[in-house]
Design a protein around this ligand. Structure first.
Ligand code: SF4
Length: 306
């Protein structure tokens, strides 16, 4: 990966944020498995052509520093332990931040933002909170790897360190995380391990199946993997710029239009794929991104110019 240095930052910082390819040949890590297959293959295939700036990677330094500081082991807990398990022709790997063998507790540290925690509390159309599906999968893959290696795994704990937490905001707003540390934890059940095993096998199968396909023939990442926001249904009124009301479903919006009568109409606002737009380094090699996000930008520009 080419690392640019637009702000002319010191060499030590450039070196600290310069990444190595995440997976060794023939291996795929737990954190890679939870990404979209297209993202994984395109990132590996175009690694030497990928580009990022030092300033954009600065939070990676904090992540590395936190992990280095928390390396002290207790009597029963181990840090940075590596576990592996072959699946088909690939080896699935996991590097666990901290593991307590006597309690079977897996612990992972996350440097994250207040936004991530608040987003997890929002409810989807099914009425359930979004939670942390990617962390849950990561924890369960670790649990599955430990179990396959004859080690107990009963609980997963994610310790989220909120880098942008504000004490003032937490005093002012009771819906704001009240502490700069947030703990997400869950018990590992037999059913969850069975589910994650079929997920692992499916992802390894897809990865092997599409590894030799040309870029554009690899199916796009799923809506969840792309961090796609929900579509929003706006009830609009002739001659008014802003929406009269926004709805989560088309049905609700159409009912409102019927109630309000003539001069009102529906505008569907497609949910953006946030990872494609802002967080996927291989996006310029991805036809899905080029065809969808770029065409959206062009139509936005045309709309503004009209
Ligand atoms: S741009 Fe989006 S669809 Fe394409 S590889 Fe990245 S995350 Fe997947």
């Amino acid at each position: 990966m080419k690392i640019t240095n637009k702000l002319n930052l010191p060499y030590g910082l450039v070196k600290a944020v310069s990444p190595e390819p995440h997976n060794k040949p023939g291996e795929i890590s737990a954190t890679t498995l939870i990404q979209g297959t297209k993202q994984v293959i395109l990132t590996q295939r175009h690694w030497n052509e990928l580009e990022d700036d030092v300033s954009e990677r600065i939070w990676a330094v904090f992540g590395t520093a936190v992990h280095a500081l928390l390396e002290t082991e207790g009597e029963n807990d181990f840090t940075e332990i590596e576990v592996k398990q072959p699946v088909a022709d690939i080896t699935v790997t996991g590097r666990i931040d901290n593991y307590n063998m006597s309690t079977g507790t897996i612990c992972d540290y996350k440097n994250t933002s207040v936004y991530k925690i608040k987003a997890s509390w929002q409810k989807g159309v099914d009425g359930k909170a979004y939670g942390f599906p990617e962390w849950r999968m990561q924890g369960l893959i670790y649990a599955w790897l430990l179990q396959k290696n004859g080690l107990p795994a009963k609980k997963c704990r994610f310790i989220a360190l909120l880098k942008d937490h504000s004490k003032t905001e937490s005093d002012r707003d009771h819906t704001y995380p009240q502490s700069p540390v947030y703990v997400y934890e869950f018990d590992v059940t037999k059913e969850a391990l069975e589910e994650i095993e079929s997920f692992i096998r499916k992802k390894v199968f897809q990865y092997e199946l599409f590894s030799s396909s040309v870029d554009n023939m690899i199916p796009e990442c799923t809506a969840e993997e792309r961090w796609q926001k929900k579509d929003v249904y706006a009830v609009k009124k002739d001659g008014r710029k802003s929406a009269v009301k926004l709805f989560d479903t088309q049905k609700e919006a159409e009912e409102k239009i019927a109630e309000l009568g003539k001069g009102h109409y529906l505008e569907v606002r497609k949910g953006e794929s946030m990872k494609c737009k802002n967080y996927c380094l291989c996006s310029k090699f991805c036809n899905y991104c080029m065809e969808n996000l770029i065409s959206d930008d062009i139509s936005d520009d045309v709309g503004k110019a009209a």
